[in-house]
Design a binder for this molecule. Structure first.
Ligand code: NAP
Length: 476
C-alpha cells in the first residue's frame, strides 16, 4: 500500500513525483511505499495548520480536546493488535515489545486527556511590589500555535504520541513528520485521530525524508519544533530553527552502576532486558555497566548466561527476544564498532556476530573511553561491563561523557543512592532500576548533548504553551 501525506483531512498519495519503498528489516520484503511530500505540500500543510489554529483550535474548549484524546485512547485499545502488527512489519520490533509499546501509547493518550483539563495558571501577589496594592495579576497558559513534531523509527507510535497528544491537549495544531522507515503506524494514527473526532487540519501528516523535515524546521509559521532523534540531526535543527521554541530528545550512552550491595538477580534480569530490548535501539538502552570489583565476576558470569538464553529470530514470533536492526547499514555499522574495539584490546564475552540485519546480543569487557562503543551512542545490542573500586571514580567515569539522559544505580544504601544520584550529570536517575526504564508520566529528557526540554505529558504541555500575563488596575 502507498502511504502519503494527509493535509486538512485529505490524502495526498496520487500524482506524486517521488516514492520511497519501505522494506521489512527482517526479510527485506517490501511492506509499503511512501509518497514523498513536496515543498508545495509543506506550504499547504503549514498554511492549513496555521489557519486551523486561528479558526478552530484557539476556540476549542478543554473538555472537547480531552474527549477527543480519550476517544483516541479507546479506539487504540480496540485496535491494539493491528497497530502492534504494523510496528513489527515496518520496524522489525518483536511482537511482545510492539504490544507493550501500544499499551504505553494508550496510557499516554489517557494522561493527555486528563492534562487537557488541568492546564492551570497563577495569581501573582501584586501587592508585593510598592504601588501594587490596587492591582491584580493573573497568568494564563495559552497554546503556541503550530507545533512541528519530528519523530524517530524506534518507538514510532509512543514517541510520536509524546508530542501529538500534549500538543493537542494544549490547544495547538500539529504537523507530524514521522521517520521514513515507519510510515504505516504514523498513517494509522492520523486516521485514528480523525475517527476520534479531531477536526481536519488540527493534525497534518507530512510523509517524507529528512529533507522535508529540515524545511519544516525553518518555516516561519511554525512556532515550535519538538524533535526526537539523533544528535547530528538535533544539532542541525538547533542551528536552523530560527525564531521558534525547540525541544530536543536525543541520544545517550546510558550508564548503570552496581555497588557491592546491589540486588544481583534484579540487576542481572533488568540489564539483560535493558541492554537488548529492540536490539538496543532504545535511547536509554543500558550501554555501560559499571560493577564493583567485589561482585564483578559473579555479575559477569550470570549476565552472560542469561544473555545467551535470549531467542533470536523472526519478530512475528511470540518467543523472539532479539530481532533485526532497522537496516543492514546500521547492522554493519554496529559490527564495525565491535571489530574496532576488539582491534584496540576489547574482549567479546558473548555475541559479536552479524547475520544480515541481526547482531547477536554482545557483551564486551576490557573496554576504554576512547572506543566508540563507550564514547558514542551505540544504539545496537552491544553492552560493555567495566569494573570499578571507588564511588568517586565511577561518578567521574560516568560524567566524562557528552551525553546525560538517564542512569541506573543499584545499591541498598539509601545515603549512597541519593548522594550518587545528586552527582550524576543526568536528566534522570533510577535507583534499583535500569537506565532503560521509563514511565510515561515523569519528566523525561537529557542534559548536555542528550537534549533540551522535557517530555512526559504534563511537562510537554508546559513546553507547548506560553505564559500570558493579564494585569488589572482596580478602582480605576
Ligand atoms: P534520526 O535519523 O535523527 O531521525 C529522526 C527524525 O528526524 C526522522 O523523522 C528523520 O527523517 C528526521 N530527520 C532527518 N534529518 C533531518 C533534518 N536535517 N531535519 C529535520 N528532520 C530530519 O533518528 P532515528 O535514527 O530515526 O532514531 C534514532 C535516534 O533517536 C537515536 O539517536 C536515539 O537515541 C534517538 N532517540 C532519542 C529519544 C529520546 O527520547 N531522547 C528517544 C528515541 C530515540 P527520516 O527518517 O526520513 O530520515
Amino acid at each position: 500500500m502507498r502511504y502519503g501525506s494527509i493535509i486538512n483531512g485529505q490524502e495526498h498519495n496520487e500524482n506524486i513525483r517521488e516514492t520511497l519503498d519501505v522494506n521489512s528489516p527482517y526479510n527485506g520484503e517490501k511492506v509499503a511505499e511512501i509518497a514523498l511530500a513536496q515543498n508545495s505540500d509543506l506550504e499547504d500543510a503549514v498554511n492549513n495548520s496555521f489557519d486551523t489554529f486561528h479558526s478552530t483550535m484557539k476556540f476549542m474548549p478543554a473538555h472537547k480536546r480531552a474527549d477527543i484524546l480519550r476517544r483516541a485512547a479507546d479506539l487504540l485499545e480496540k485496535r491494539q493488535e493491528d497497530f502492534a502488527e504494523a510496528i513489527v512489519k515496518e520496524a522489525g520490533k518483536p511482537i511482545r515489545f510492539s504490544r507493550n509499546e501500544i499499551k504505553r501509547s494508550i496510557q499516554v493518550l489517557r494522561f493527555a486527556s486528563e492534562q487537557a483539563k488541568n492546564i492551570t495558571g497563577e495569581v501573582i501577589p501584586m501587592d508585593a511590589a510598592i504601588g501594587g496594592e490596587n492591582r491584580m495579576g493573573l497568568v494564563k497558559r495559552i497554546p503556541l500555535g503550530v507545533v512541528g513534531a519530528i519523530t524517530p523509527f524506534n518507538f514510532p507510535l509512543n514517541l510520536s504520541l509524546h508530542k501529538l497528544a500534549p500538543a493537542i491537549a494544549a490547544g495547538n495544531t500539529v504537523i507530524f513528520k514521522p521517520a521514513e522507515k515507519t510510515p504505516i503506524s504514523a498513517y494509522m494514527l492520523v486516521k485514528l485521530f480523525q475517527e476520534a473526532g479531531l477536526p481536519d487540519g488540527v493534525l497534518n501528516l507530512l510523509m517524507g525524508t529528512g529533507e522535508i523535515g529540515a524545511s519544516l524546521v525553518t518555516h516561519e509559521k511554525v512556532h515550535k519544533i519538538s524533535f526526537t532523534g539523533s544528535l547530528p540531526v538535533g544539532k542541525e535543527i538547533m542551528k536552523s530553527a530560527g525564531f521558534k521554541k525547540v525541544t530536543l530528545e536525543l541520544g545517550s550512552n546510558s550508564p548503570n552502576i552496581l555497588f557491592e550491595d546491589a540486588q544481583m538477580e534484579t540487576a542481572v534480569t533488568g540489564l539483560v532486558k535493558g541492554a537488548f530490548t529492540f536490539s538496543g535501539q532504545v535511547c536509554i538502552s543500558a550501554q555501560r555497566i559499571f560493577v564493583h570489583k567485589t561482585i564483578y565476576d559473579q555479575f559477569l558470569q550470570e549476565y552472560i548466561t542469561k544473555t545467551k538464553a535470549l531467542k533470536i529470530g523472526d519478530p512475528q514470533n511470540e518467543k523472539t527476544d532479539i530481532g533485526p536492526m532497522i537496516d543492514e547499514e546500521e547492522a554493519k555499522r554496529a559490527k564495525q564498532w565491535i571489530d574496532d574495539a576488539v582491534e584496540n584490546g576489547a574482549k567479546i564475552e558473548t555475541g559479536g556476530e552479524r547475520k544480515g540485519t541481526i547482531i547477536s546480543p554482545t557483551i564486551m569487557t576490557d573496554v576504554d573511553r576512547t572506543m566508540k562503543i563507550i564514547g558514542e551512542e551505540v544504539f545496537a545490542p552491544i553492552v560493555s561491563v567495566i569494573p570499578f573500586e571507588q564511588e568517586e571514580e565511577v561518578i567521574g567515569y560516568v560524567n566524562d561523557s557528552k551525553y546525560g539522559l538517564q542512569a541506573g544505580v543499584f545499591t541498598k544504601d539509601i545515603d549512597r543512592a541519593m548522594r550518587v544520584a545528586d552527582q550524576l550529570e543526568m536528566g534522570g536517575v533510577w535507583i534499583n532500576e535500569t537506565s532503560t526504564y521509563r514511565q510515561d508520566n515523569h519528566p523525561y529528557g537529557g542534559v548536555k548533548q542528550s537534549g533540551i526540554g522535557k517530555e512526559g505529558i504534563k511537562y510537554a504541555v508546559e513546553d507547548m504553551t506560553e505564559m500570558k500575563f493579564i494585569g488589572v488596575k482596580l478602582d480605576a
